[in-house]
Ligand binder design. Structure first.
Ligand SMILES: [Zn+2]
Length: 314
């Protein structure tokens, strides 16, 4: 091979490598500015799939005087890199902190990308999130994402948070104070909500979803309803759900209403001696306004079963 054609061959193979790398990246989603220093990237509403590349949560970031605080950088290293690309459109400041709202992998497996780019960033979560992730949840969620995306997320490694956050803990970075609320046995038993008072804003994690349902298997209805009530007592005006559009208090009230309508109807039916499959139609009528939400058909029956188990354990 002469020199020009060898160069051409090298160039062609580099091009192939580059296009393969681009093909392996998550498509970009534009961040929405929801408060003076806060942006949210609203992910698709469905469950992880080939079509959505496994991306389906709401990564967010707060730009402080000294750096960037990231909340829930997504379900894979590819999602985390996508989040970083959006941050870099807006600021050159380093990421100083990553907060994970709970143990479900669609929210935190993107930690890897932040850790790769900013190894000194503090990665923080509920102590129970850290314990459960080490126990088995990290491996389980890596596998779920790999399987549902048919290998798209395969390069992802679990970077588990190292800094536990306590109930009512406050920390300040770059002039902005973050306050942690850790409701017990809510969506997952590993949940934190993050209040940024100067932004009049609350990150809810999956204690609230908007327009979409997910699993309740790791949580309790009573605890999740209590978490919603706690959120509603705070003076926040902007409520960022784990999935679905950011909004006001109505976001929290709507999800609370679904949980309580379902739970109270299941309780009445259960007290009347009905089995979960016998109460389905009655419960469905009680939550009729939510039938159009994404994932209703998949999750509604499972929610009844979780509610029955919870009542049996009371
Ligand atoms: Zn979740």
């Amino acid at each position: 091979m002469n020199v020009p054609s060898r160069l051409a061959a090298i160039a062609a193979s580099i091009l192939l490598l580059v296009s393969a790398a681009v093909a392996g990246e998550l498509r970009d989603y534009a961040p929405v500015k929801v408060a003076p220093h806060t942006w949210v990237i609203h992910g698709p509403l469905g469950d992880p799939s080939v079509a959505n590349q496994g991306f389906m949560n709401n990564p967010a970031f707060v730009v402080t005087n000294d750096g960037v605080v990231v909340v829930d950088p997504g379900s894979s290293v590819q999602a985390g890199r996508m989040v970083l690309r959006q941050i870099r459109q807006l600021t050159d400041k380093p990421v100083t902190h990553v907060l994970n709202t709970h143990v479900h992998g669609d929210h935190w497996l993107g930690n890897q990308a932040i850790h790769d780019a900013y190894p000194r960033a503090k990665i923080m979560a509920h102590p129970e999130m850290i314990r459960v992730a080490h126990d088995s949840a990290a491996a389980t969620w890596l596998d779920i994402m790999d399987r549902l995306t048919q290998g798209f997320t395969r390069d992802t490694r679990a970077i588990i948070p190292t800094i536990p956050l306590a109930e009512n803990q406050r920390f300040t970075t770059g002039g902005i104070e973050f306050r942690i609320h850790a409701p017990e046995k809510a969506h997952s038993g590993t949940d934190i909500m993050i209040e940024v008072a100067t932004e009049s804003l609350l990150f809810l994690g999956d204690n609230v979803m908007n327009g979409r349902f997910g699993q309740m298997n790791d949580g309790t209805f009573a605890g999740n309803i209590a978490a919603c009530d706690r959120a509603l007592l705070l003076p926040a005006k902007i409520f960022v759900p784990g999935h679905g559009k950011t909004g006001g208090r109505e976001n929290v009230s709507a999800y609370r209403n679904y949980l309580s309508s379902l739970f109270e109807t299941v309780r009445r039916e259960y007290d009347a001696g009905k089995k979960d499959y016998e109460m389905k139609e009655t419960v469905k009528a009680a939550v009729a306004p939510y039938i159009g939400w994404e994932g209703f058909d998949l999750h509604f029956g499972r929610h009844i079963s979780v509610a029955v188990l919870e009542l049996e354990a009371m």
